[in-house]
Write a protein that binds this ligand. Structure first.
Ligand SMILES: [Zn+2]
Length: 199
């Protein structure tokens, strides 16, 4: 294990990972920056290394064209900022970073919430990304926690965050039934909003 370095004065230095760094976003596009900063004020405090927000036309993933993509290892989110969907999409992509760093306990707790919804037959979702994955799930995906199930949980986490924090009150993709919305909101209040989020 590497030894902690000491400050030149000989006093013990506080370990840098104990001081949450306020998240820094680097923008390549002014209009994107203004809209993103307004949204960040609605979120719980964030900390972590910088994330680059860039504008790219004609983005696709392995399923087809997409509004945006989060490149977690490169710490970059690529958007088409002209879209009126920016608030929902920005929060959604940002919460892919939160999910990655949330830790197994938080991820499993959210999975359990979704499993209860599923077992109770709750219809709908809070974004298309989660909704089409939910529609494709079979019983064994849920029971065996297959990749399909885990991808659904990850997308549902981001879509739930976008529903809560984007400032968009109504949207045709917000189809989740009311009881489940209330449970998700309560879960986010307790688990996500109670601390600074690592991204
Ligand atoms: Zn996503």
């Amino acid at each position: 294990m590497p030894r902690r370095s000491r400050a030149p004065s000989g006093r013990r230095r506080t370990s840098p990972e104990l001081i949450p760094r306020t998240a820094v976003f680097l923008f390549d596009h002014k209009s994107c920056e203004k809209r993103a900063l307004a949204l960040l004020r609605r979120l719980p405090p964030l900390h972590g290394d910088p994330v680059v927000i860039s504008t790219v036309r004609g983005l696709r993933d392995r399923h087809g064209p997409v509004h945006a993509g989060a490149f977690l290892r490169q710490r970059r989110i690529a958007f088409d900022c002209a879209r009126p969907e920016f608030p929902r999409v920005f929060v959604h992509e940002l919460f892919h970073f939160v999910w990655l760093r949330a830790g197994n306990a938080v991820r499993l707790a959210f999975e359990n919430l979704l499993r209860q919804e599923w077992q109770g037959g709750a219809r709908g979702e809070l974004g298309w990304s989660a909704e089409w994955r939910k529609a494709a799930l079979g019983k064994s995906d849920v029971r065996r926690r297959t990749r399909r199930w885990r991808e659904y949980c990850c997308e549902s986490f981001s879509d739930t965050a976008a529903w809560l924090y984007s400032g968009v009150a109504r949207h045709e993709e917000f189809t989740l039934e009311r009881r489940s919305r209330l449970l998700r909101r309560a879960w986010f209040r307790k688990t996500v909003e109670s601390r600074s989020l690592s991204i």
